[in-house]
Design a protein around this ligand. Structure first.
Ligand code: GDP
Length: 451
């Protein structure tokens, strides 16, 4: 990127900490360094410096790191000023950099520059934000693999194979149907099938990654005191929700994320959706209804002694049509022998006890299954994928299906070549080889500032 202006931002989160970092990148680093620290630091050496404001007053002291282009995160000259991590001192240091010629960086602008300078492809750049946003350790590990290029490589293999296949197909454009030998056609079909199989594998891994990234939204519904909080605690493996004997204590929509086998489950604990005149409770109920919009499924918890109550039925009837419901009968430890004998026969119902832990593992596995999570037999190869990637992969798959359909008929190289071209283009958009400007704006504006 030619003539990039100099950008600066506080790269560490707001608040107090041992260290705070101001990061600066661009053409004007050397003159900025002269003003802010009084000298141009030796490349890639940590040196202790005083930091000055524009009047030459000392603001702070700390460590300075200078990474000259192109061997830096952005591919430009980069300066990192590590001061004491307090909001006031970070603001002073940032202001000093701004008066020394930098401007405030936009969200994601450092990573955008890394992408524009070919330090990262687009999928890798996105994984930087995914690492930062990861809500479980499994999601973080998966995003790191994408940053290291595993996902891009898998996409690239398909793009490369498609390029080769297009060359073969387009080479036959000049020949008439009679002239194209059978072996050539068979070879094209064979290679097309290979690419399709590879893409299916990538898509399956990306779907799993998308579950890891987005998590699954579950609305938890049930009457007061049936044991929702106790169940959540047990599923989460920690005592975080309030467990109480007083009905209606969990008044608000509490969002908690628990992790099962690394999959984030965002649980929306609700006040229930009962009729009320209480203003606060009404607000809780309104929130519950809006959360239903994005829920993947509902977890209905009941006391197994009563089962589905009329109040539960009212709520069930008010749910969006088609939203799957898992029926959980809790407190089976309180059932008498006869009722207990009938328990466990139902297929779609789960019987548990938050006190004894009975049935909890079955519930966990059912939640994962509903989330679409495959057991980890797929091993390491889960790619952190976004909706954008899934759409591109699905589009590419459709073009390849069209190509295969054509291929089964008479050999029509023009049409075949066009489907292959479209498939290749869809895939290339993942790594950004065909990145449109508005797409870049959309992706990088969602980053935090300083990244
Ligand atoms: P919530 O209002 O639905 O969130 O219910 P809580 O989790 O606060 O539980 C209400 C009461 O029921 C507490 O005293 C829990 O200890 C008790 N409880 C929850 N689950 C069970 C269970 O499986 N068996 C028995 N015996 N008691 C339970």
């Amino acid at each position: 990127m030619e003539n990039a202006d100099t950008i600066a931002a506080v790269a560490t989160p707001p608040g107090r900490g041992g260290i705070g970092v101001v990061r600066v990148s661009g053409k004007g680093i050397k003159s900025l360094a002269l003003k802010v620290i009084g000298y141009v630091p030796e490349p890639r050496y940590a040196s202790l410096s005083k930091f000055f404001d524009e009047d030459g007053q000392v603001i702070d002291q700390g460590i300075v790191l200078f990474f000259p282009a192109p061997h830096s995160y952005t591919g430009e000259d980069v300066l990192e000023l590590q001061g004491h991590g307090g909001p006031a001192v970070m603001n002073l240091l940032l202001s000093s950099c701004l008066s020394a010629g930098a401007r405030m960086a936009q969200p994601g602008e450092f990573t955008l520059r890394a992408y524009l300078n070919n330090k990262l492809d687009l999928a890798q750049a996105e994984s930087v934000a995914d690492i930062i946003d990861a809500s479980t350790s499994e999601a973080a590990r998966c995003a790191v693999r994408s940053l290291q290029g595993e996902f891009s490589d898998a996409v690239h293999i398909a793009v490369q194979a498609l390029t080769d296949l297009r060359i073969s197909v387009e080479a036959s454009l000049d020949f008439s149907e009679e002239e194209i030998d059978h072996a050539h056609h068979a070879d094209v079909s064979h290679r097309l099938k290979g690419i399709q199989a590879h893409l299916e594998h990538v898509l399956a891994s990306a779907r799993q990654g998308s579950i890891l990234r987005e998590g699954i939204w579950i609305v938890l519904i049930g009457q007061p005191n049936v044991g929702k909080s106790s169940l959540l605690n047990l599923l989460a493996g920690e005592e975080a929700a309030i467990v109480t004997e007083i009905p209606g204590t969990t008044r608000d929509t509490i969002r908690r994320t628990i992790e099962i086998e690394g999959v984030p489950l965002h649980l929306l604990d609700t006040a229930g959706l009962r009729e009320t005149d209480d203003a606060v409770e009404k607000m809780g109920i309104a929130r519950t209804r809006s959360t239903l919009e994005k829920a993947n499924f509902v977890l209905l918890v009941m006391d197994s002694r009563w089962g589905v109550t009329p109040a539960d039925q009212v709520i069930l009837d008010s749910l969006p049509a088609g939203l799957p419901v898992i029926y959980v009968y809790n407190k089976i430890d309180l059932l008498d022998e006869r009722s207990l004998a009938r328990v466990g026969k139902g297929g779609s119902e789960i019987y548990v006890s938050a006190i004894t832990g009975a049935g909890i593992e079955t519930l966990r596995q059912r939640l994962l299954k509903m989330a679409g999570w495959q057991p980890r037999s797929m091993g390491e190869g889960v790619f952190m994928a976004r909706q954008r990637h899934l759409q591109a992969l699905t589009a590419a798959r459709e073009y390849l299906e069209n190509a295969a359909e054509l291929d089964r008929g008479a050999f029509q190289p023009e049409l075949l070549a066009e489907e292959l071209r479209l498939a290749q283009q869809a895939l290339s958009a993942i790594t950004g080889e065909f990145g449109a400007d508005d797409l870049l704006g959309e992706i990088f504006s969602r980053f935090c500032i300083g990244k």
